[in-house]
Design a protein. Structure first.
Length: 166
C-alpha cells in the first residue's frame, strides 16, 4: 500500500480541489498552498515539550459497532499546556486530530477520498493498534474544539470528543 504524507497546507488545497487529488498530493505536500498558514491552528499552538504540561490520558477504543475516545469531554483553561497521552486499545489504527468541529468534518470528507492519507501535522497523531502516542498542545483560545479520528468510517461510529477551553 502506498502511503502519502499530507500536510495541513495540502489539505487546505484539497478542500478546494476536485479532480485527480491523489495524483496531485505529492506535488503539494509541504509546498504551502496559498491561503493557508502552517503556523495557524484553530485550537491553539503546538506545545513545547520542555515546558510543564498537564497530562490528560485518552483511550481510543472500538467494539460492538462503536468507536470512540474515553473521556470524550475534556475541560482546560485558556493558556494551559496539555500533554495528551494516547492509548489505542483497539485492533485498528486510530487518530487524534485536534481542530474545530467544521474543520474536522471537512477534513473527514477529504479522507474518504484519500483513505491512505496520513497526517504530518502538529495537531494530529496517528496511533497503531495497541500502541501509544502523545501530543502536546497549548490552548490559547477560549471556545469549544474537537478531537476526532478521521480515518474513513470512524468519525461516523462516534470517534470524536470535545475540548472545552475556559
Ligand atoms: Cu479511528
Amino acid at each position: 500500500m502506498s502511503r502519502v504524507h499530507v500536510t495541513a497546507a495540502a489539505v487546505g488545497f484539497l478542500l478546494t480541489s476536485s479532480a485527480a487529488v491523489t495524483a496531485a498530493l505529492p506535488a503539494f505536500a509541504g509546498s504551502g498552498a496559498p491561503g493557508h498558514s502552517h503556523e495557524s491552528f484553530s485550537a491553539g499552538v503546538p506545545g513545547d515539550p520542555k515546558r510543564p504540561a498537564r497530562i490528560v490520558k485518552v483511550k481510543m477504543f472500538e467494539g460492538s459497532g462503536k468507536m470512540g475516545f474515553e473521556p470524550a469531554r475534556i475541560e482546560v483553561r485558556k493558556g494551559e499546556q496539555v500533554r495528551f497521552v494516547l492509548e489505542n486499545g483497539g485492533e485498528e489504527d486510530h487518530e487524534f486530530v485536534l481542530a474545530t468541529v467544521p474543520e474536522n468534518r471537512k477534513h473527514a470528507e477529504v479522507m474518504k477520498k484519500n483513505p491512505d492519507m496520513e497526517h504530518d501535522d502538529p495537531n494530529a497523531k496517528r496511533v497503531l493498534p495497541h500502541g501509544n502516542g502523545d501530543l502536546i498542545w497549548k490552548f490559547t483560545k477560549r471556545g469549544e474544539f474537537e478531537f476526532a479520528c478521521l480515518i474513513p468510517g470512524h468519525y461516523e461510529k462516534g470517534m470524536f470528543g470535545r475540548v472545552i477551553v475556559k
